[in-house]
Design a binder for this molecule. Structure first.
Ligand SMILES: [Zn+2]
Length: 414
């Protein structure tokens, strides 16, 4: 008779003890609420207002992009730019590259008031910008030059493909664009990022040693970790993984190092290690390529129909005519707006995976929760579930704090 009773006692102890230990010492809900309630009143309203305002910016941005491309067609600017390109060179393969500069510059100039409002004045109004207007405009101009070079190369390749296979160009077009994307991701940490910021080694000290030890536990060498002076541009805490293959690296901005506690910095570093170790850049490139493939397919089916109907009025001859580019722009702009919830969710799933990885790697659940609170200065902290799926490309502060506290409850019972 004693054995079954003993067995039952052991069973009950096994069931009750772990949950009781957690319930007595640590309650996930109370701990989560404790963090979330740190953001209150005017500060919370401001953060909500800033982030919710951002829901509408892509809608207006798309509308403006469609209108501007409409102007290029309606007033035959596109056809005229193509005529000039054809007069400059007889080489058909080069004409799209010549078209790229005036098209990009005119488009940028028309949309400039909108860009200045969204990227400078709106950010300045919320106190995030650390640059004067002149400094900001200078960087925009450099960005424009880099953009024109990239777009020229892209258009030369894409339209060469379209000329060879006017019906099914979207397949090879997607493959070549993806290869080009990989190339830009590969070279950007070495040739583009240093144009805007200085990338240096982290200062020696116990924090650096901790971070290097954490990285080495996952076979990430110390020379893959950089610090960059982003306080030059803005006040936001940020870190990222950039590059591809042997140029892949983790970069922490100086705002994080200056405003974060060692526990918070380690928590962020654990998250970035997650992106690095799990090869999220690969995954993002693959996802973006697939989505772009669908976009190109839509263009290949819709644009010829539009040209058949209105081509004469616009001066656009066929889908392989570079003057058709504004039509590509209109279809892509509407398509990318429509799939925003999908792209946001795919990125958010990666981010959530990196969050969990980071909790395990850094073992700093409270550091992670408190840095999530600091990030909530510019990301609405407690959205509804549908709102988070549609508009959030990172988990909300609430999701992150709760994940950290759940992890803490499971892994640090004392
Ligand atoms: Zn991330």
């Amino acid at each position: 008779m004693r054995y079954p009773v003993l067995g039952l006692t052991i069973l009950f102890t096994a069931i009750l003890l772990p949950s009781m230990a957690v319930a007595v010492d640590f309650d996930v809900e109370t701990a989560t609420r404790g963090y979330l309630d740190q953001l209150q009143g005017e500060e919370r309203e401001r953060s909500d207002r800033y982030f919710e305002g951002g829901y509408w910016l892509p809608v207006w941005g798309t509308l403006i992009a469609v209108l501007v491309d409409g102007l290029f067609l309606r007033f035959r600017w596109s056809a005229r730019i193509r005529d000039v390109a054809e007069r400059i060179t007889k080489w058909r393969w080069l004409q799209p590259a010549i078209y790229a500069a005036p098209y990009t510059i005119i488009g940028t100039v028309i949309t400039l008031p909108w860009t200045i409002y969204t990227d400078f004045f709106r950010e300045k109004a919320y106190g995030f910008v650390n640059q004067s207007f002149g400094e900001w405009a200078g960087e925009q101009a450099i960005g424009l030059v880099i953009g024109i070079i990239a777009i020229s190369i892209f258009l030369m390749i894409l339209f060469a493909v379209i000329r060879r296979m006017p019906k099914n160009w979207w397949i090879l077009g997607t493959i070549t664009t993806s290869l080009l994307l990989i190339f830009f991701v590969l070279v950007s940490p070495i040739y583009i990022a240093p144009i805007f910021n200085d990338y240096t080694e982290m200062e020696d000290g116990p924090l650096k040693n901790d971070i290097i030890a954490m990285a080495q536990a996952y076979d990430v060498p110390a020379d893959k970790i950089y610090v960059f002076n982003q306080s030059k541009q803005h006040d936001r805490i940020s870190a990222n993984v950039s590059g591809f293959a042997n140029t892949m690296r983790i970069s922490l901005n100086d705002n994080l190092l200056n405003k974060g506690t060692p526990e918070e910095i380690k928590a962020v570093m654990g998250h970035e290690l997650g992106h690095y170790v799990k090869g999220h850049i690969w995954r993002i490139i693959l996802i973006m390529s697939l989505l772009l493939g669908i976009g190109f397919f839509l263009i290949s089916r819709l644009v010829p129909k539009l040209i058949a109907k209105h081509g004469e009025r616009w001066g656009v001859r066929s889908v392989s005519d570079i003057a058709a580019l504004p039509l590509f722009g209109i279809v892509l702009a509407i398509y990318s707006l429509a799939i925003t919830p999908i792209t946001n969710s795919l990125i958010r799933i990666n981010e959530s995976e990196a969050d969990l990885f980071g909790l395990q790697a850094a073992n700093e659940p409270d550091g992670f929760a408190s840095i999530a609170m600091k990030l909530s200065a510019y990301r609405k902290i407690e959205p509804g579930p549908i709102e988070e799926i549609i508009f959030f490309d990172h988990p909300s502060g609430e999701t992150r704090v709760r994940m950290a506290m759940e992890w803490k409850a499971k892994n640090l019972p004392d």
